[in-house]
Design a protein. Structure first.
Length: 361
């Protein structure tokens, strides 16, 4: 029997149940070296039909029946109250009851977040669980958080986001000494929102990070939008509004560049098209490598950090490859007991986090 079990929401996403099931089978076949099994959560009859003649009978895949589906437009609070038989609720309850070691869904992000917070509860001392996005860059992966629903953050929120992001970057992504940066409108410590700089009575996140710097915490300082992805920070901290805008802008920019290159080639003269064809042949391997480097599918899903358990949230349009990689992310997070490391980190620095000193002067 597998050492770890990851529950996969078979009814979460835009292409169900095909993509979650295909991604699960792909993960079992391709993620060699990982000792895990898949628990598909959903309508047992539908899942059995999809599995017929394929992976059924293997001791690495099983089905957990659910009777309801949370739609993408369902209100998260209503989903918690009235859809306790949903694949999201049943899957997260399985994490709580230790039937599985992690849960992945490409379904309603708000519902996954809300139900996870209700059923799993927050790790001790966590005020607001953030959603973290991992961006592939030439310098290696960058973690941005929060990209969820947090707004009007206080300094303690941003500091906890940074610490949780650093724990994730170190233990799951393998960055030995992750450097934390605060997303701001200037590099100077005096630039930024109230949550970053504080006031005469309240120490801002920048000041708190300065106190925490060293002793396992590596604070770079403020970072601006133009150096978010090629600057020195490995973990970029912001509120959910800024993080979500950054996430969508990065996705849109990459698609725009691809479209612009195609338009130039299509609208050019015969000489330009010949040059483009020859260049494509010569640079084909490089272009393919860059596509793999920057593909969102590489990391597959976004971890909800700060709850007691492993929760990975995928894009509604997640492909089987993206789901496979999200499952791999869940396995690594469960192997490293990411929630326990977050708890230890926050407890270690509780003295400063719980009662930060007043600003100097």
């Amino acid at each position: 029997m597998p050492r770890l079990w990851i529950a996969v929401d078979a009814h979460g996403g835009d292409f169900i149940p095909q993509n979650p099931i295909e991604g699960s089978i792909l993960a079992l076949r391709e993620l060699s070296g990982m000792d895990f099994g898949i628990t598909l959560v959903g309508d047992e009859r539908v899942i059995e039909q999809q599995l017929a003649g394929r992976f059924r009978g293997s001791d690495r895949i099983r089905v957990l029946h659910s009777t309801q589906v949370v739609r993408m437009d369902d209100d998260p609070m209503a989903a918690l109250r009235s859809k306790k038989g949903s694949s999201i609720h049943v899957g997260i309850a399985a994490v709580r009851d230790r039937q599985v070691d992690g849960f992945f869904s490409a379904g309603n992000t708000g519902a996954v977040t809300y139900i996870a917070r209700h059923l799993l509860r927050c790790v001790d001392n966590v005020v607001q669980p953030p959603i973290a996005a991992t961006f592939p860059t030439l310098a290696g992966p960058k973690v941005v958080l929060d990209v969820g629903a947090s707004v009007n953050c206080k300094p303690i929120h941003l500091v906890q986001f940074g610490l949780m992001g650093a724990v994730y970057a170190q233990h799951v992504l393998g960055i030995e000494h992750p450097r934390i940066g605060l997303m701001s409108n200037g590099e100077e410590d005096t630039k930024g929102s109230w949550a970053i700089v504080g006031d005469k009575e309240t120490l801002g996140a920048n000041g708190i990070f300065r106190l925490l710097n060293g002793n396992g915490i590596y604070f770079h300082g403020n970072v601006q939008g133009n150096d978010a992805f090629d600057g020195p920070a490995d973990v970029i901290v912001c509120d959910g509004f800024v993080g979500n805008v950054l996430l969508k802008a990065a996705e849109g920019e990459f698609n725009a560049i691809k479209g612009a290159v195609g338009n130039v080639i299509r609208s050019g003269g015969w000489s330009q098209k010949i040059f483009a064809t020859v260049s494509g042949i010569l640079l084909g391997p490089t272009i393919t490598a860059m596509k793999h480097l920057f593909a969102y599918e590489k990391y597959g899903g976004l971890p909800l950090l700060g709850v007691n358990g492993v929760i990975i949230i995928g894009h509604g349009k997640s492909t089987p490859v993206a789901i496979m990689n999200a499952i791999g992310n869940a396995v690594r997070s469960a192997e490293h007991r990411i929630d326990s490391h977050i708890k230890d980190c926050l407890q270690k620095h509780a003295g400063i986090l719980n009662t930060p000193p007043p600003p100097a002067g």
